[in-house]
Design a binder for this molecule. Structure first.
Ligand code: MLT
Length: 312
């Protein structure tokens, strides 16, 4: 529309603080990545960026809230791969990921790790597979709800082995990891941005990373493919969104600030320590982000449908 394309729409933007909504608990992987880029983005924009955690329903509550927020650039959503799985998991999703948002750009891609409480019996991924085949529903699998990355990874794990485990949902993998460390649940598949510290410190047992390549900060961990689970590959991509009616000129300001943040040496170092890498400047654009989102919706739909999993 006319307002959306008006180059003057960004004049004076921002004149107030900006809120980035995180759809999961504070202290978890999405929160960690968001807080990392919020500071340099805010510096570039010349305003403060506040991070707000809006939990619930596997990240879909937050996305629904931002979809219907004022389209003025002051409310931004950080979301991940769950943006592409939710349409297949929720029959009555209150938003359409492609129609109800404008993409700002991709932020990072994060490997996942399969981890267990430190005294869980199996020591290797091969032993884990056998153990799960034998114990199935007696094993508890933590995740961050239907629509979370941890839930998708758990779905792929159960699918690959042909077992059904007992899923225990949390509002984020931050609190789930605490319970895993405390031995309250058995197993989880979660992003390196959350798990690296506990893996390195021995607070949890780790079996594999879910990426094609090994993760430099976790050199002892085999990839799922190396350990025989070729179908269990997933990288958790993240991106920023604004409501669909936000003027393009404002989106451009946000994209430019994101691109600066992703070249910040501190952001690059901290992400590397956590096994992740910032998106390239080409990927930190609305075009690349929309293309990936659209491809991923198409990729996961048949996999989720075949698995017969849904939120209802
Ligand atoms: C989180 O931030 O808690 C995670 O990204 C949840 C998940 O998707 O597994």
């Amino acid at each position: 529309g006319a307002v959306e394309d008006d180059p003057a729409a960004a004049e004076g933007f921002p004149e107030d603080e900006i809120t980035i909504v995180v759809p999961f608990s504070a202290g978890g992987p999405t929160d960690t990545v968001t807080r990392l880029i919020a500071e340099p983005m805010g510096e570039e924009l010349g305003t403060q960026i506040v991070v707000q955690n809006v939990e619930g329903a596997g990240g879909t509550i937050a996305a629904g809230q931002v979809a219907s927020a004022d389209p003025d650039g002051y409310t931004v959503l950080m979301h991940h791969i769950g943006m592409s799985t939710a349409p297949s998991l929720y029959a009555d999703l209150p938003y359409d990921p492609l129609e109800d948002f404008k993409t700002v750009g991709l932020v990072t891609e994060v490997p996942m790790t399969i981890i267990a409480r430190s005294d869980f019996e199996p020591d290797t991924l091969e032993e884990l597979v056998t153990y799960l085949e034998e114990n199935g529903e007696d094993v508890t699998l933590a995740n961050a709800g239907v629509g979370a990355a941890s839930q998708l990874c758990g779905l792929l794990l159960q699918d690959a082995i042909g077992v059904e485990l007992t899923e225990v949902p949390y509002e984020g993998t931050g609190p789930a990891l605490q319970d895993l460390v405390a031995g309250e649940v058995d197993l989880m598949c979660d992003q390196t941005t959350n798990t690296t510290g506990q893996i390195q410190g021995g607070g949890v047992k780790a079996y594999a990373v879910t990426t094609e390549e090994p993760v430099e900060s976790l050199p002892d961990l085999p990839t799922t493919a190396e350990a025989g689970l070729d179908d269990l590959q997933v990288g958790v991509w993240h991106g920023l969104y604004v409501p669909a009616e936000t003027p393009d000129a404002i989106v451009e300001e946000l994209t430019a600030a994101l691109q600066v943040a992703l070249e910040d040496p501190n952001v690059i170092d901290q992400l590397a320590e956590l096994g992740a890498a910032p998106s390239s400047q080409d990927d930190a654009t609305p075009e690349a982000h929309t293309e990936l989102l659209s491809d991923q919706i198409d990729l996961w739909q048949p996999i989720i449908e075949d698995a017969g999993v849904s939120a209802d």
